[in-house]
Design a protein around this ligand. Structure first.
Ligand code: HEC
Length: 111
C-alpha cells in the first residue's frame, strides 16, 4: 500500500513538474548557449528558422514521427556521407536530448 502511494506520487510529480525537471538538469546559462548554438550553428545549415537549407527542416512537424533517441543519435554521431557533422565532442548526451526536446516542441519559433 505504502509503495503504491509512493509510486503514485512520484508519477504525479513527474507529470506536473516536467518543466522544472528539465530546467534543473542543465544550468540556465548553458541552456541559453545551447539555444544560441541551435539558432546559429545548426541554423547555418538547417536554416535560421530551421525550415531547411543545406540541411533538412527541423521543425516540430517534420520531427514528430522520429523518436528522440534516433534524433539524439544523429546529432551525436552525424550522418556519414552528408555534411551533418557529429557533435559529441561539443555536446554531451543530456544536452543533446534537451536540444531534441526544444526542437520537437518548437521553442525557437516563439523566440
Ligand atoms: C554543415 C551543415 C550542418 C550543420 C552545421 C548541422 N547539420 Fe544537421 N544535418 C545536415 C544535413 C545535410 C542533414 C541531412 C542528412 C541526411 O541526408 O540524412 C542533417 C540532418 C540532421 C538531422 C536529422 C533530421 C531528420 O529529419 O532525420 C537532425 C536531427 C539534425 N541534422 C540536427 C542538427 C543539429 C541539432 C545541429 C546543431 C547542433 C545540426 N544538425 C547542424 C547538415 C548540418
Amino acid at each position: 500500500m505504502f509503495i503504491k502511494t509512493l509510486i503514485g506520487s512520484l508519477f504525479v510529480q513527474t507529470l506536473i513538474f516536467p518543466c522544472a525537471v528539465i530546467a534543473t538538469d542543465i544550468p540556465n546559462d548553458r541552456q541559453q548557449e545551447l539555444l544560441h548554438l541551435i539558432k546559429h550553428d545548426c541554423g547555418s545549415c538547417h536554416g535560421m528558422t530551421l525550415k531547411g537549407g543545406l540541411g533538412t527542416s527541423l521543425t516540430p512537424e517534420k520531427l514528430k514521427d522520429k523518436s528522440p533517441e534516433a534524433l539524439s543519435s544523429i546529432i551525436m554521431n552525424g550522418v556519414k556521407g552528408t555534411p551533418m557533422p557529429p557533435w559529441k565532442g561539443i555536446l554531451d548526451k543530456q544536452e543533446v536530448s534537451w536540444m531534441v526536446k526544444q526542437l520537437k516542441t518548437g521553442i525557437l519559433e516563439s523566440n
